[in-house]
Design a protein around this ligand. Structure first.
Ligand code: UDP
Ligand code: MG
Length: 189
């Protein structure tokens, strides 16, 4: 059973590559960002709570995303394996995820870290912003997403490095090239 985390800064291509990964390896996909966007669109209690912070480019609280993940895993007990996109985003969330893995008897196979220089990331997100309709794909929010990433999310890399679970992948290139590199890594873990 494969359980994979796809990790990387905003705009690194996690969502794009996840589409291919989940198909090829028959994984149950969970993107907390996508779930939060759905909650916001439906104006649920959670959605209303996180709307302002997410539009600015900030992170939803560890408690909120932990509750989302717990509920999702509990309701997909028959999954063949999970693909986590954009989670965990803080060291605290990584610790909570360890506890959830214990609770549900899940074993982490590896963390795939997509590496892309910041200027390319900004370019990609501004391009995406033209059609995505996402409130956070504008230059101010993008800048703040990087600040949050550097301060809160980057330390998660050390957390998984210490567990020997981290696999760095160059995220610059065509979608096919990068997917090829990802498969090479997954096939060895
Ligand atoms: N977000 C969050 N916690 C999560 C996932 C997403 O707070 O676990 C928020 C955060 O504000 C982030 C936004 O949702 O900037 C979009 O996340 P997503 O992963 O979809 O965007 P990406 O980083 O892939 O551009
Ligand atoms: Mg994404």
């Amino acid at each position: 059973m494969l359980n994979i985390i796809i990790f990387g800064p905003p705009g690194a291509g996690k969502g794009t590559q996840s589409e291919f990964i989940k198909e090829k390896y028959n994984l149950t996909y969970i993107s907390t960002g996508q779930i939060l966007r759905e909650e916001m669109a439906a104006e649920t209690e959670i959605g209303l709570k996180v709307k302002e912070i997410i539009s600015k480019g900030g992170l939803a609280s560890d408690e909120i995303v932990a509750a989302i993940i717990d509920k999702f895993i509990a309701s997909h007990a028959d999954a063949n394996g999970f693909l986590f996109d954009g989670y965990p985003r803080t060291v605290k969330q990584a610790e909570i995820l360890e506890d959830l893995f214990k609770k549900y008897n899940i074993c982490l196979s590896g963390v795939l870290s997509l590496e892309v220089p910041e200027d390319i990331l900004v370019e990609r997100m501004l391009e995406r912003g033209k059609t995505s309709g996402r409130a956070d794909d504008n230059i101010e929010s993008i800048r703040y997403r990087f600040v949050e990433y550097d301060n809160k999310t980057k330390p998660v890399l050390d957390f998984y490095q210490q567990k020997n679970a981290l696999h760095a992948i160059n995220g610059v290139g065509t979608i096919e090239e990068i997917f090829g590199k990802i498969c090479n890594v997954i096939d060895k873990i």
